[in-house]
Design a protein around this ligand. Structure first.
Ligand code: ASP
Length: 438
């Protein structure tokens, strides 16, 4: 019998009713032995996620202000769940303890992690299985990244449990304090647990029936992708298709564990299966999906005979690294080089300084910058074997009157990325979707 790890996201933990539905899903399959949960998310538009309330409490407490108002909302949510589920779960005492810790100056990550901690206690009580604290199995290195020591530790701890519920999002830092992943990081926790217990499947339960071929806010009711490779998904989720945290692929990919995206609200739906490229059975069209992200800057450099100048690119990149700026793409021509940078690195006039330094160090014939660029990635393994994919793509863009500012095709032929004006982002995605999905 295989082991399945189920991770339930914030909307699947939002109130007592949906938690009960999630527990029924777990109980319906004896292979579903380990459950990882997010903090309760939004119940309706305009609602606030518990994690956001916790960050607010920390912000107020650390500036000496009263955090009673946001904390009372957190209290109401967990005590409300206890009532809805008709079971005493010790929420009151747990919440009193957390309130006291926040008041006594607990760290930001500790505060943020308490939503998952309490949610896991609720789920453990509903399923009547042990609660295993993430701080005892997930370790962070001093640089804040996941420590490889996590796997042997988690595996030796979890081996003792036939079933367990584990809070997502956090673990223990090298200093013994609670550390969190980045936002949405419970997906990573689920993947880590799946790898530690050598799961046969990592089920990620959310509020959509899988991964769409493009953002449904841009194209209404787009196709759902039935099967996608880890690499395709990583490209799509990095580019803004945010069903799954983009870093959650790594732990399971190296162990060859497939991920299924499932819908807690429609558990019978097939969802999306994420597998390695080699195991991908369904090969439909050349393109698997299209996704876009706004707010990049491109620095275009031109210099005659650049191709013969040893170290040109190294010097340009050296300037970026001096400013602690990483780049996204580096499309080149014989006499041209463009660097694409995420705007969040360029706050506070850094761009001007970078351009000045580049001018001084490599003496280009011209330097231009274009801020406010969107990158749109068309992703699919099938493109590698399908002649004419890029012709179709660029024809679709020209028919839609979209000006392409930059093109970058990954050498694996897994993606074609175009840079367009921010204002053209949605139109670009729409045009590509229409061309390949009809
Ligand atoms: N609760 C955390 C967040 O809102 C982590 C998660 O839900 O995955 O980002």
């Amino acid at each position: 019998m295989g082991i399945k790890v189920c991770k339930f996201g914030g909307t699947s933990m939002a109130d007592g009713n949906i938690i009960r539905a999630a527990a029924d899903i777990v109980n319906a399959d004896p292979e579903r032995r380990f459950v990882v949960v997010s903090a309760p998310g939004k119940r309706f538009g305009g609602d606030t996620k518990v994690t956001d309330l916790l960050y607010r409490c920390h912000e107020l407490a650390s500036s000496g202000e009263d955090f009673g108002e946001p904390f009372s909302k957190i209290r109401a949510r967990f005590e409300g769940m206890e009532k809805e589920l008709g079971k005493e779960m010790g929420m009151r005492a747990a919440l009193d303890g957390i309130e006291a810790e926040i008041g006594a100056g607990a760290g930001r990550d500790y505060c943020a992690s308490r939503g998952e901690y309490l949610a896991a206690r609720v789920m453990a009580a509903v399923l009547d299985v042990p609660f295993v604290d993430a701080k005892d199995i997930i370790l962070f290195s001093a640089d804040g990244t996941l420590s490889e020591e996590t796997y042997p530790l988690a595996s030796s701890v979890l081996r003792k449990y036939p079933r367990a519920v584990i809070p997502g999002f956090y673990g223990r830092g090298a200093d013994g304090e609670i550390r969190t992943f980045s936002r949405g990081g419970s997906d990573i926790s689920g993947a880590v647990v799946a790898r530690a217990v050598k799961a046969s499947l990592y089920e990620n339960w959310t509020d959509v029936s899988g991964f769409f071929a493009c953002d449904p806010r841009i194209v209404p009711s787009p196709e759902c992708i039935r099967e996608v490779s880890y690499q395709e998904l990583r490209e799509l989720s990095y580019m803004g298709a945010n069903v799954l945290h983009s870093e959650s692929i790594f732990p399971v990919r190296s162990a060859g564990i497939p991920i299924r995206i499932c819908n807690t609200f429609r558990p019978a739906d097939e969802g999306t299966l994420i597998v390695s490229a080699a195991n991908r059975k369904r090969r439909g069209s050349a393109v698997t999906g299209v996704a876009g992200k706004q707010d990049f800057t491109v620095i275009f450099l031109e210099k005659s005979m650049m191709n013969g100048e040893v170290g040109f690119a190294a010097k340009v990149l050296g300037v970026l690294s001096r400013y602690g700026v990483s780049f996204e793409h580096l499309p080149t021509g014989i006499d041209t080089l463009s660097v694409v940078i995420d705007n969040h690195y360029l706050q506070g006039g850094i761009l001007e300084k970078i351009v000045e330094d580049i001018r001084r160090e490599v003496h280009p014939d011209s330097v231009r910058t274009h801020e406010g660029i969107a990158l749109v990635a068309t992703v699919g393994h099938g493109m590698a074997n399908t002649i004419g994919t890029s012709a179709r793509l660029f024809k679709a863009l020209s028919d839609a009157g979209i000006n392409v500012i930059m093109i970058d095709q990954g050498s694996s032929e897994l993606n074609i990325i175009v840079g367009v004006d921010n204002a053209d982002c949605a139109g670009c995605i729409r045009a590509i979707y229409r061309e390949f999905f009809g």
